[in-house]
Design a protein around this ligand. Structure first.
Ligand code: FEO
Length: 406
């Protein structure tokens, strides 16, 4: 039966992925307002057929139907497991059951994960970095890309057509709503979701991303087929350049100012600091209330802007809990190229300022000198401190982006 949900990429390759509009939180944490796609590809080498990556188990029926639509009565000879995270492998045991002769291609670490997750120990072909495996009249060469996004992660390269199967790398959130190719899709429609995906999922492994990009730089890549998001058949350099920029952590002129506030005093401090920066000529300022704005988006914005200012009241002798979560995550991100300021408030003993100070010390960021810390409501000297913090951030930005202030 005809299945228009499978999309021919070329004579030997078909897209057979699925969309997920049911999962609200990716990895149980990251909101998916526009859903996500789990991409999978069927490579037909004539005598032999190979599947590249699978999908998340709830979509198994659609996935098997897609496979059958392309395969007909033929058997499936190989499945490549470029990445073991269950959004790409939880359907693998069913696949193995349906195609008992199938051979699983992975590396040494993949083999351990296959055993740990699914008790799969048979019919596994272990490939080394740079090894080529024949698939009928074509072949795939495998390159390990550890920690992009897990230790076993690898990519597959089909050299006759210059196709890179890049697993999580070069992917993004967002379902493929009809169009699947970069030349069918308005990139601006997806760009923010690609950045949010990168910063939420892969960002902390940016050093490894740089390493992977360097390792793959001599391949003649004409097309990129990732495990999430659009297939890059026309301008793969767009996504490679975006990943290169993100992985090098090139920040923009601007400030993310995040505050938490229980009764409005800390919010007033945030507004005053922002107004002070504006008085000094800073335009790109985003104020976010941490109780109202998703952590996932805050992380993406923190990656984007050079300036980060955080402020909150003391709560249980420490940071306001939502701020604690953000600070914890930013600490794990290993972000570079930021100028950081903080402010706090308290009613009796304090404590938030100490935790901000500890975070600042570990961060290796440029730290601004004035750290307003208000007891109760703002007094005259507190207002002066807020204005001063704004001035210091403005001065730092002017120093880092002199061309923009001529
Ligand atoms: Fe799409 Fe790291 O899994």
């Amino acid at each position: 039966m005809k299945n228009p949900l499978t999309v021919k990429i070329n004579d030997h390759l078909t897209y057979i992925g699925v969309n997920d509009r049911y999962t609200h939180l990716f990895e149980g944490m990251w909101p998916l307002p526009d859903g996500v796609s789990y991409n999978s590809y069927l490579l037909d080498g004539g005598d032999e057929v190979c599947l590249l990556d699978c999908v998340k188990i709830p979509s198994i029926d659609e996935f098997l139907s897609n496979i059958r639509a392309v395969l007909g009565d033929r058997d499936l000879d190989y499945v490549v497991v470029n990445h073991m995270e269950p959004d790409h492998t939880s359907s693998l045991p069913v696949l193995v059951e349906r195609f008992p002769n199938i051979k699983i291609i992975g590396n040494k670490k993949t083999k351990e994960f296959l055993n740990n997750y699914y008790d799969l120990t048979e019919n596994i072909i272990v490939v080394k970095d740079g090894e080529e495996v024949k698939i009928g009249n074509t072949s795939l060469t495998f390159y390990t890309t550890p920690m992009v996004h897990w230790p076993e992660s690898m990519v597959a390269y089909e050299k006759s057509e210059g196709i890179l199967f890049s697993q999580d790398a070069f992917g993004g959130y967002g379902t493929l709503d009809g169009p699947i190719f970069d030349d069918e899709i308005n990139f601006d429609f997806y760009k923010d979701e690609i950045i949010r995906y990168y910063t939420n999922i892969v960002g902390k492994y940016s050093v490894q991303v740089v390493r992977a990009l360097d390792k793959l730089k001599d391949l003649d890549i004409k097309m990129i087929c990732p495990d999430h998001g659009m297939v890059w058949r026309k301008n793969p350099s767009v996504i490679v350049d975006l990943y290169a920029k993100l992985s090098k952590q090139e920040t923009e002129n601007g400030v993310l100012l995040v505050y938490g506030s229980m009764y409005g005093h800390t919010e007033k401090m945030a507004e005053m600091i922002a107004r002070s920066m504006a008085d000094e000529g800073i335009s790109n300022i985003r104020i976010r209330n941490i109780s109202e704005y998703p952590l996932s988006n805050l992380i993406a914005e923190a990656w984007r802007y050079r300036g980060i200012i955080l402020g909150c009241p003391t709560y249980n002798v420490g940071l306001f809990p939502p701020m604690h979560h953000l600070v914890w995550d930013l600490g794990k991100q290993k972000m570079k190229n930021h100028t950081f300021g903080y402010f706090s408030s308290y009613s009796w003993g304090g404590g938030a300022e100490k935790e901000f100070a500890a975070f600042a010390e570990k961060s290796k960021w440029e730290i601004l000198e004035t750290k307003p810390n208000v007891k109760g409501a703002l007094k005259e000297e507190d207002i002066e401190d807020c204005i001063q913090l704004g001035k210091e951030m403005a001065a730092a930005l002017k120093e880092h982006y002199p061309e923009e202030y001529k």
